[in-house]
Design a binder for this molecule. Structure first.
Ligand code: F6R
Length: 609
């Protein structure tokens, strides 16, 4: 989604803003712009297209101002164009605004501004109303005008504002859209995400919902909605700039695929005590609490939802509690049955996905206990939960989620095992057995990564397919869903996943000569049944690639190609079987010449509904 950067200090703002925006490119965007001071005026430069278009256009202009704001836009209201790009200004160009999110009542405000002030709008965006609204309220005090304006604005937004008549300040607001402030010496920074400013400082203020921030070069003041000054502790960023850089890999996605053994190891081993028992540091759910819980909801979006599906399986199997796994955007409008005996688990890499956050709030309002599985420390989902399980994936930059997914799976297993043992639904012996096997996952994932050439070769020969089917049974269908999502999002191939037993109820009609079918056959219990399903599609001309456990050679008689994963217990195969699928998607996208890290139309952190 959109990215925000702001700078106030003594250095030239333009290069800092452009560099900061380049660190946010991963979020997905279609245009970029900046507003900087020069000769007592605010100058706006904004262009449709990549950040390089903006950089090329400003490089010979002498923007030596030391205060400015910058933005990468991901279109919601109005197509990508120079005019719709941010910053947006008021009529006279005195006030410039950047905005992430959506102003839901912008049409009402727009009509009112046209009637009251005869404002002429230059763009189709919701953001432009903010600039005119602030102008309407402006009487020489930008902070006051912003406070008055946000009273009228509904929706989710993070904004940054500068004003020609007050060239020593930036005013920013956060409502349901991420915003942080970086603290420097004689300079301060504004951003929607830490990587944008990590080069300059590790000292961060995490801005809370409904807070307004006034930045000068010497000071940062945070206000709540009642205009009361808020104290804030400095959050120290511990991870390195390098972990947000490519480190020699061609793309962030392949780098992050290779970081999975480490992510899984960290997520697991940081929480195992000397006796091999899981100690869930951020979770205070007792045996009594668990006995009171009669239903679990796991709610998330996209890849995180797919990790939730594995969580559902694990909790039902190990802890014997019924689980409903739901898509966040559907959950909140379904009026789901929730009470104080409900445990609600939100799964989110970014911790800022608006649908997940809204679902969490709905469940909390109805009395559920909220546990979140989150990667980004201090994110909104984490802050609004009763208990937090942080995955230790490290910063995930590629739009296509990989290492977040396998660490989320690991987290779900750990939560399920912890619940099972605490509740007495799982014997200590079985628990030890599963933990020991979970402990082998980093090295087993590594062995698949080391032996990637067969998958790469497969991708190099199959990249021209226009549709791909994924199928599986049991846990395999949950992972097939993730494999299919990965492929479609980065290579734009029309793919979908189907439960293998469901094929003959309609979908098999689509199979014809040469159709590529990825068949996951890792579940021993369902292996024979999968072999039959593979034969069914083979008989209709499909080219079948099977993913199976080492040793299960029988599949070679039916499939055209077999990719083996190391042997493991059925319950844990998802951590392994997803790896060849991630690699396949990556190499197919590369072979098709796609922009792997920044796929079209997609954003990393989806902060709109
Ligand atoms: C796909 C992908 C998305 C996210 C989804 C939820 O590769 O990254 O499907 O999984 O947008 O995002 P988070 O986990 O940040 O809530």
């Amino acid at each position: 989604m959109c990215g925000i950067v702001g700078y106030i200090g003594d250095k030239k703002a333009t290069p800092i803003l452009i560099d900061g925006l380049s660190k946010l490119e991963y979020r997905g965007y279609d245009s970029a712009g900046i507003a900087v001071f020069r000769d007592n005026d605010v100058h706006v430069e904004k262009y449709k297209g990549r950040l390089s278009v903006l950089a090329d256009n400003v490089k010979d202009k002498d923007y030596d101002g030391t205060i400015g704001i910058g933005h990468t836009r991901w279109a919601t209201h109005g197509a990508p164009s120079d005019e719709n790009s941010h910053p947006h200004t008021n009529q006279s160009g005195n006030i410039a605004v950047i905005h992430n999110g959506i102003i839901e009542n912008y049409m009402k405000i727009k009509e009112w501004l046209i009637e009251e002030k005869g404002v002429t709008f230059r763009s189709e965006t919701d953001t432009e109303v903010i600039a005119h609204l602030i102008d309407y309220h402006y009487e020489g005090d930008l902070l006051d005008a912003v406070f008055k304006s946000i009273e009228k604005m509904e929706g989710a937004y993070a904004i940054g504002v500068v004003c020609k008549d007050e060239p020593d300040k930036i005013v920013a607001v956060r409502k349901d859209s991420p915003l942080i402030v970086g603290l420097g010496k004689g300079e301060n920074f504004l951003a929607s995400d830490i990587p944008a400013i990590l080069k300059h400082t590790r000292d961060i203020f995490l801005i809370e919902n409904d807070e307004v921030v006034l930045l000068t070069k010497e000071k940062v003041t945070i206000f709540n909605e009642l205009r009361q000054v808020q104290a804030r502790e400095v959050y120290k960023v511990t991870w390195d700039v390098e972990s947000a850089e490519k480190e020699g890999y061609e793309h962030f996605m392949i780098k992050e695929i290779h970081e999975q053994p480490k992510g899984i190891h960290e997520t697991l081993h940081r929480r195992l005590n000397k006796e091999g028992i899981i100690e869930l540091d951020g979770i205070k759910i007792t045996k009594e609490d668990l006995e009171g819980i009669n239903r679990v909801y796991i709610v998330a979006c996209g890849t995180a939802y797919h990790a939730g599906l594995v969580g559902k399986y694990a909790i039902e199997k190990f802890a014997k509690i019924p689980v409903i796994c739901d898509i966040a955007s559907e959950f909140r409008y379904r009026d789901p049955f929730i009470d104080e005996n409900t445990l609600f688990i939100a799964v989110s890499q970014s911790g800022e996905t608006l649908d997940t956050l809204a679902a969490l709030r709905e469940a909390k309002r109805k009395g559920a206990r909220i546990l979140s599985v989150v990667n980004v420390v201090g994110s909104s989902v984490a802050r609004e939960s009763h208990d937090v399980f942080y995955t230790w994936a490290g910063p995930e930059i590629a739009v296509a989620s990989t290492k977040a997914y396998t660490t989320q799976q690991t987290a779900m297993y750990m939560i399920a095992l912890h619940m099972g043992l605490t509740k007495g639904a799982l014997s200590r012996e079985r628990y030890d057995e599963i933990i020991a096997e979970l402990g082998t996952m980093p090295e087993k994932v590594q062995s698949i990564l080391d032996d990637f050439s067969a998958v790469q070769h497969l991708a190099d020969t199959q990249f021209n397919n226009e549709s791909v089917f994924f199928m599986g049974r049991g846990l395999d269908i949950d992972v097939a869903n993730e494999g299919s999502l990965k492929l479609k999002e980065i290579s734009y191939i029309n793919s979908f996943a189907i439960a293998a037993g469901e094929l003959k109820h309609g979908t098999i009609a689509l199979i014809e000569d040469g159709t590529l079918v990825m068949a996951l056959a890792t579940q021993d219990r369902l292996y024979e049944k999968m072999l039959s399903n593979i034969k069914e599609v083979k008989a209709r001309g499909a080219y079948v690639v099977a993913i199976a456990k080492e040793g299960n050679k029988e599949v070679e008689k039916s499939a055209d190609t077999v990719i083996y994963i190391p042997d493991t217990m059925d319950e844990l195969t998802p951590i392994l079987s997803v790896i060849p699928q991630q690699l396949f998607s990556y190499y197919v996208a590369v072979a098709r010449g796609c922009d792997v890290d920044k796929p079209r139309n997609l954003a990393k952190s989806v902060t709109v509904e």
